[in-house]
Design a protein around this ligand. Structure first.
Ligand code: G6P
Ligand code: MN
Length: 456
C-alpha cells in the first residue's frame, strides 16, 4: 500500500508519521511518500522524525520529494494537507475583513472564502494528475476549508472517492467518552451539519440517550474548557454546537475579541512557526535530535493550549470535565482521524465516523451533491452516509445559506468569475453586505497577488 501526503512540510507531519508507525500493520503500508513544494522545509520537518525512521521498528519506506507526479504514481491513498500561500496567506485572510470589522478567521467567514479560492484550483490540478497516475486512489482532504474543498473534489473534480476530514467532531466524542467513562468506539454521536457548522443532538451509549444528562452537567459545572458556548445556550438549543458556531452565536463578541488582541490567530501562529523553524535549524546544525524533538513538542503544546483564545478572549477553563477528557485522550488528533479512516477503507476494521461526504439523501432538505458533515459507515473501499433525517429549521436555514456561499465560491475559483466571488462573499451570513464584500474582495486580490485566482 502506498500513501502519499501532499503538503508534507506542514507541522503536523511528524505526528502523522508517529500514528502511521503505530498502525503500520493494520493499514498494511509499505511506502509513504512525503511531497511538498518546499523541499528545504520538508527536510527540516523530516529531521524531527529521523531517529524514528532509522529505527528498525519502521517497516515501510519513506520517500521525500517535491515532484507531485512521482508522489502520486500508483498511490492508494492521498492525503491533501497543504496551505496554499503558507501562513502569510492566513494572516492576510484574517486581517483583511478585520479591517472592516468583519470576522477574520482561518475557515469561517471571508477568511474561509479566500482560503478556498486559493486552495481549490490547486486541489483540482492534483486531481487531474491523479486521473492518470492513480485513478483508484482515495483522496482524503485535510486542506481547509475542508467541506468546501471536498465539494470541489466531488462536484467539479468528479472524484467520488473523496472524503473531507476534521478533528472537531472527534474532540466532542472524546469529551462525551470522558463524561460517560465509556470507550469512544462504543458511543454513537447524532451529529449533522457542514464542516465547522454542525450540531450534536444525540449521544447514545449501550442503547441509551445521554445528551440531556451531559447538558445538565455542563450547566452545573458552568461549561468546560474548549467549549466556548454558554451552557444556557446549549440547553436552549437542546444541542451542542460545533465550536466554530461560536462565530455565529457570538458574532459581535468574537470580532471584538480578535480586534482587541495584539495579534490575530494567524499572526500568532506565524510567530510561533518562525521560532520553531529557527530552533529546528539551530538544533539540526549541531546534530541535536533530542533538541529538535523537544522544540517541536513545546511548539505543539503552545499551539494547542492557545487554541481559540484570541477569538474567545478567554483563558482556558480547567474544569473537571476537561481533566477527564485529558485522562483518556489518545493524543492522535487529526492523524488519528485519517488513520481510522484508512484502517476502515483497507478493510481492517469497519467503523462509523463523522465525515464530509455528499449528502445523498441523508439530511432532508439538502441536495444530494451537497457535501455535509455527518455520520458515515466506512468499510472496505466504501463510505456510506447514514440517514440523518429532518433537522431543526434554524440549522437547515443556516446550512443552506452557507452551502450556497460555498458552492458559489467553488464556482468562482474554478471559473475565475468576479461576479460569483463577489456574490459568494455578499451572501455569507457573517458579511451580508454588498459594499463590504466588494472592498474585502478587492483587498484580497491586491494582497494575495499571484496566490489568488485571476478574476474576470
Ligand atoms: C481545528 C480545526 C482545523 C483548523 C485548526 C486551526 O483543529 O478542525 O480545521 O485548521 O483547528 O487550529 P490553529 O491552531 O491553526 O488555529
Ligand atoms: Mn477542521
Amino acid at each position: 500500500m502506498k500513501l502519499t501526503i501532499l503538503g508534507a512540510a506542514g507541522v503536523r507531519t511528524p505526528l502523522m508519521i508517529q500514528s502511521i508507525l503505530r498502525r503500520q500493520e493494520r493499514i498494511g503500508i509499505d511506502e509513504l511518500v512525503l511531497m511538498d513544494i518546499d523541499g528545504e522545509r520538508l527536510e527540516l520537518i523530516g529531521a524531527i522524525t529521523q531517529p524514528l525512521e532509522l529505527s528498525n521498528e519502521m517497516r515501510f519506506r519513506i520517500q521525500r520529494t517535491t515532484d507531485a507526479a512521482e508522489a502520486l504514481k500508483d498511490a492508494d491513498f492521498v492525503i491533501a494537507t497543504f496551505r496554499v500561500g503558507g501562513i502569510e496567506s492566513r494572516r492576510i485572510d484574517e486581517r483583511v475583513p478585520l479591517n472592516y470589522g468583519v470576522l477574520g478567521q482561518e475557515t469561517t467567514g471571508p477568511g474561509g472564502f479566500a482560503m478556498g479560492m486559493r486552495t481549490i484550483p490547486v486541489l483540482l490540478k492534483y486531481i487531474e494528475q491523479m486521473r492518470q497516475l492513480c485513478p483508484d486512489a482515495w483522496m482524503i482532504d485535510f486542506a481547509n476549508p475542508a467541506g468546501m474543498c471536498t465539494e470541489a473534489l466531488t462536484r467539479v473534480g468528479g472524484w467520488q472517492r473523496s472524503v473531507g476530514i476534521c478533528d472537531g467532531p472527534v474532540e466532542i466524542l472524546r469529551l462525551a467518552a470522558a463524561v460517560l467513562k465509556a470507550p469512544m468506539d462504543e458511543i454513537s454521536l447524532g451529529y449533522f451539519g457542514l464542516n465547522h457548522l454542525g450540531w450534536i443532538r444525540s449521544v447514545r451509549y449501550q442503547g441509551r440517550e445521554y445528551l440531556g444528562e451531559i447538558i445538565a452537567l455542563l450547566r452545573q459545572t458552568g461549561g468546560v474548557g474548549g467549549l466556548n458556548i454558554a451552557a444556557d445556550l446549549i440547553a436552549s438549543l437542546g444541542m451542542i454546537p460545533n465550536e466554530y458556531l461560536y462565530y455565529y452565536y457570538y458574532r459581535r463578541q468574537s470580532v471584538e475579541n480578535i480586534l482587541r488582541a495584539e495579534r490575530s490567530r494567524g499572526e500568532q501562529i506565524a510567530a510561533l512557526n518562525l521560532e520553531l523553524f529557527e530552533q529546528l535549524q539551530r538544533c539540526r546544525a549541531r546534530g541535536d535530535f533530542e533538541g529538535m524533538r523537544q522544540a517541536y513538542f513545546r511548539y505543539l503544546d503552545q499551539r494547542s493550549s492557545s487554541y481559540m483564545q484570541v477569538e474567545t478572549g478567554r483563558a482556558p477553563v480547567h474544569g473537571d470535565l476537561e481533566r477527564l477528557a485529558a485522562e483518556i485522550a489518545e493524543g492522535e488528533g487529526y492523524a488519528g482521524v485519517a488513520l481510522d479512516l484508512i484502517e476502515a477503507l483497507v478493510g481492517y476494521k469497519p467503523r462509523q465516523m463523522l465525515l464530509n461526504v455528499p449528502n445523498r439523501g441523508a439530511i432532508h432538505g439538502m441536495s444530494d451533491e451537497d457535501v455535509v458533515e455527518i455520520p458515515a459507515f466506512v468499510h472496505r473501499n466504501a463510505v456510506e452516509p447514514l440517514a440523518v433525517g429532518v433537522v431543526p429549521d434554524h440549522c437547515l436555514g443556516l446550512m443552506k445559506q452557507v452551502k450556497a456561499y460555498e458552492r458559489l465560491t467553488v464556482e468562482a475559483a474554478v471559473e475565475g468569475s468576479y461576479q460569483k466571488a463577489l456574490t459568494a462573499l455578499a451572501i455569507h451570513p457573517l458579511v451580508a453586505d454588498y459594499e463590504l464584500a466588494k472592498r474585502i474582495l478587492a483587498d484580497y486580490q491586491r494582497e494575495h497577488g499571484a496566490w489568488f485566482p485571476t478574476l474576470r
